[in-house]
Design a protein around this ligand. Structure first.
Ligand code: GUN
Length: 302
């Protein structure tokens, strides 16, 4: 019997391949920084608790940092670390000249105050772009550290579309890590931006008006094919693991029903292999940028 046919016509935006190229470009710029400054750029990552998915992400970030020729400093703290100790570590890293970027893996375990931890970061080392200074700089059009995932989405969109001016963009989700900075980046690209969320009325109709859809809600395959305008460009930020079937591990799916959407959208990012690899590449980019800015050097062209 034939395998079920895949209704295929959409272009698959290959974030994995793009991220590899970006990482090569970043790695190629590192020696220039070392020659000028006499040291490697350094990224410190703090993981609190032992969430298995976060451990995998942090491991990948560390490997990618070293592969790019940078120093990676990992801090693994127990889930019951006192808030003051976590903040004291952030402050020590703020004062450490070998550290250009600091990332505190989120979410933090219950009982820890994320906002207080983010506020303790030196904004110039905040490679996640979460500090209010960076959020404010982004909104005000100043040089900011931009959160890695939305930055990766913006880079993929510009690579595929070129000019985004005048396009209708709908961002699903309003987190400080993805939805809010994504909307701002699209606005900076002259899109007409709608932010949709769990209380949005007539969500399918709102999404149907979009030339660009960025889905970042963390709900498996929530966005259905008939919500999407024919010819839309879809960026799927979701990474959701479905329940296991028998002995097999559950499949990874995004926030979009990609299989059915393929028939009538123009382009779509796959899950996995779309936005995820771009997040790590952009983290390396932000670390190299932070290193240059802290040394009063011009931003490298990446
Ligand atoms: N958890 C999931 N994605 C991210 C990210 O980009 N940065 C941080 N700090 N935590 C995350």
């Amino acid at each position: 019997m034939n395998a079920p046919s895949t209704p295929s016509s959409a272009h698959i935006i290959d974030g994995k391949a793009f991220a590899l190229k970006l990482r090569e470009n970043i790695a190629a710029k590192v020696p220039e920084f070392i020659t000028a400054s006499g040291r490697k750029p350094g990224l410190a990552v703090i993981l609190v608790g032992d969430d298995p998915a976060s451990k995998v992400y942090v491991g990948s970030k560390g490997k990618a940092t070293i592969a790019a020729g940078m120093n990676s400093f990992e801090y693994l703290l127990p889930a019951d670390v006192p808030q003051e100790d976590l903040i004291a570590l952030v402050k020590t890293l703020n004062d450490d000249d070998a550290v250009d970027g600091i990332l505190v893996q989120l979410p933090l375990p219950d009982g820890l105050n994320e906002q207080e931890v983010i506020a303790a970061l030196d904004p110039d080392k905040d490679v996640d772009g979460l500090h209010v200074m960076n959020a404010g700089r982004l909104v005000s059009g100043q040089k900011a550290m931009v959160p890695c995932t939305p930055l990766g989405c913006q880079i993929l969109l510009k690579d595929y579309l070129g000019d985004l001016s005048g396009l209708n963009a709908v961002v699903l989700g309003r987190s400080i890590l993805v939805g809010k900075p994504m909307a701002q980046l699209l606005l900076n690209e002259n899109c007409t931006v709608t932010m949709a969320h769990s209380r949005t009325k007539d969500l399918p109709d709102v999404v149907r008006a979009a030339d660009i859809v960025v889905a970042a809600v963390g709900r498996p395959e929530m966005v259905k094919a008939d919500w999407l305008k024919p010819g839309a460009i879809v960026i799927d930020v979701g990474i959701n693991r479905l329940a296991p079937v028998g002995d097999a591990k559950g499949r990874l799916v995004g926030d979009v029903d990609t299989h059915n959407a393929m028939a009538h959208v123009k382009a779509i990012t796959p899950v996995p292999g779309g936005v995820g690899p771009m997040t790590i590449a952009c983290l390396l980019r932000n670390t190299l940028l932070a290193a240059h800015r802290r040394n009063s050097m011009d931003d490298p062209e990446i």
